[in-house]
Design a protein around this ligand. Structure first.
Ligand code: CP
Length: 321
């Protein structure tokens, strides 16, 4: 693949999953693949897992990672074409990105949405401009609407769990909305929906309160219900995530604590394994008893971020250099 921005960049998802699981067993199998090459990790927002797992993955392939916290240490970037830069932005992406293309062989970017203007966020202006002007492969470490490294990780984690529990043939996967104290992006939910639909090996259900419908471009193919208890029946995997409203963009309409996932709610499931991308607000999104209980696989899931990143970087190195 040339870039990694969404599922559309993946030619063979099963192959990518298998590659990640191979690296999990053989972390240093391709330790010289990226020798003499540098990877730039640019953060316009905070991160723990993405930042560290991508560095570990890069190093295991022999790449040299260099981190740049653009939001704290860089010039304020302008992304709009033909902008009259008389405001707060100092450097245009048209000037900055080609320079980054000279310093690095692969460029990874993390941006978030504004949650103020849906059209701007859903046009993915920031990541598109990096792709347009950097002249080198670009990997999304989360963009305004999608989080592909997380979604690949999630499917790797589900696949791995199924190989250790052969009773699950075609899993029932439930994505459930959870309360939160502030408006969050739809990225993880959009992306998880997009990838699970493309994977096509699950019965996929999304449950959320009224008015929290996601963009149908990502959810089409899933069954959507406002009845969380009904959705959780016979679930094999439950993915918990908050998101703000999509239609009336970036709002919190309800924070009903009844939507928090608890052991009691999970009783109707098929001893469902519980997933969350982290960071999680304990006892708001998920109860302690679930997170600390035997069915939580959130730490395994976060650990798998390394193998997802390693599989993607390896694919780019093998196909582009
Ligand atoms: N899940 C995830 O992307 O975590 P970070 O924001 O800590 O990178």
């Amino acid at each position: 693949m040339k870039n990694f921005i969404s599922i559309d960049d993946v030619a063979d998802l099963d192959k990518l999953i298998n590659k990640a699981l191979y690296y999990k067993k053989n972390p240093l199998a391709d330790k010289n693949l990226g020798e003499g090459k540098r990877i730039g990790l640019l953060f316009l927002n905070p991160s723990l897992r993405t930042r560290l797992s991508t560095q570990v993955a890069a190093r295991q392939l022999g790449l040299e990672p260099i981190i740049f916290n653009v939001d704290k240490e860089g010039w304020a970037l302008e992304f709009e074409e033909e902008a009259i830069m008389s405001g707060n932005t100092v450097e245009h992406i048209k000037d900055a990105a080609p320079v980054l293309g000279k310093y690095f062989d692969i460029l990874c970017i993390r941006t978030f949405p504004s949650l103020k203007n849906k059209e701007d966020d859903y046009s993915e202006l920031y990541i598109r401009q990096f792709v347009k002007y950097a002249g080198i492969p670009v990997v999304s470490m989360e963009s305004a609407t999608l989080h592909p490294l997380q979604s690949l990780t999630d499917i790797i984690t589900i696949t791995e769990s199924m190989t250790s529990d052969l009773s699950i043939k075609r899993p029932r996967i439930v994505l459930t909305w959870a309360p939160h104290v502030k408006p969050l992006p739809q990225c993880v939910a959009n992306s998880f929906s997009q990838w699970i639909n493309a994977w096509g090996k699950a019965d996929f259900v999304i449950t959320h309160p009224e008015d929290y419908e996601l963009d149908p471009a990502f959810t089409k193919g899933a069954r959507i219900t406002h009845d969380q208890d009904e959705a959780l029946k016979n679930a094999d995997f439950v993915y918990v995530k908050n998101w703000s409203t999509y239609k009336d963009y970036g709002k919190i309409y309800t924070n009903d604590p009844e939507w928090m996932l608890t052991d009691e709610k999970l009783r109707v499931s098929n001893k469902a394994k519980v997933m969350h991308c982290l960071p999680v607000r304990r006892n708001v999104e998920l109860s302690d008893e679930v997170l600390d209980g035997p069915y939580s696989i959130v730490t395994m899931q976060a650990g798998n971020r390394v193998w997802a990143a390693q599989a993607v970087l390896s694919d780019i190195l093998q196909s582009q250099f």
